[in-house]
Design a protein around this ligand. Sequence first.
Ligand code: LLP
Length: 419
Amino acid sequence: MSAAQVRNPAVRRLADWPADRLRGLADEHGAPLYVLDLDRVRQNYRRTAEAFPEAEVYYAAKANTARPVLRALADEGAGIECASAGELARALSAGVPGERVHYTAVNPPARDLDVAVRLAEDHPGLTITVGAADTLDRLAERGYDGRVCLRVNPGVGAGHHEKVATGADAKFGVPYDRAADLLEGATEDFDVVGLHAHAGSGISGEDLSAHRELVARMGDLAREVEGRGVDLEFVDVGGGFGVPYSPDEGPLDLDAVAEATREALGEVDAALAVEPGRYLVADAGVLLTGVNTVKETPAGAVVGVGAGMTTLARPAIYDARHELRSLAPDADERPEREVTVAGPVCESADTFGVHRLPAPERGDLLAVGNAGAYGYEMASQYNSRPRPASVVLDGDDARLARRRETIADVTAVEPEDEL
Ligand code: LLP
């Protein structure tokens, strides 16, 4: 390993987290608790910026919108890619300059467009990425004539699960063959600044063929529109860089991805842009949860934990497997056993699956790995369960990014019953 890799390893494993500190945080804030280490977020950003020195890096905020994360990444020089009016409001109120904020509008609700156009008046550097011709009409109807980027359907998708392989899904982006004409036409009414495509989420380094194909197609398209005299600032080839969820899996070779990207893009005048979400935050976060019950059954032991599909939705939605670690102080002395770990929701989908763990006991604390991306963000209040707290670590400091919700928070939006 080189000195740089020692200082900034390509992956932080669940085993690398200090058990004492995590136990202390759970004692102080209770569980379930999301913990996110900003130093690791910064490391992940720096590794990305070093692999793509010529590119603009936009953080896909949907992976984790906690304000300290947006601030830390913006301070490192990242731009922020937003998926909604709410994310736009968060990025701008966190102090990210409008010039470094992109809003990728997917079938945007009118309310989102209203807010985006209003925010663009105060932050004229903001860029709106549209994926349908009539979104341009809807922007024009609102008097918008600012910066626009066109999202193209590259016809090639990839990802860790069919539910996140967006690239070939007609829902996303304008058809490739219509993109050049549409973009050229849009220059009459808007400041057209870029082209965009995104293949999907959780791309593995083993097969970069889909990524290469997407980038090559975007390079061809950029040359075509540049040939027609459209002056593009950037070609955004999306995010999707995968992280290892299993301890046996190696890290993504980001330099190889960057090399493949450069090669496939070829010569274009526009700058390259990438927009990773997961890669910057996944291994910077863990979810802590307590063991509530241990039940012996003819089908094996079932360990009931406090965090469920309302806390971390990924296993239920994508059959995602997250590594678990026992933080019991005597974990090393316990015999290992195979157990099913399940949450408190009355649905079979509410499970972390079968894991080999130091024999779990009631009152133990478990850590769930790679919880920094799409963890808190996808949490829900299903079952009228308040969402957990989330704590952010910055060196030796720890502060609440989100306090634990109460049942009063859950019911607060309901009008008082006057019947
Ligand atoms: N850009 C666009 C336009 C996207 O839609 C996404 C993710 C990204 C960038 C960032 O992708 P990333 O680098 O994080 O893979 N909830 C799912 C992931 C959904 C991703 C949606 N779009 C999960 O937990 O796996």
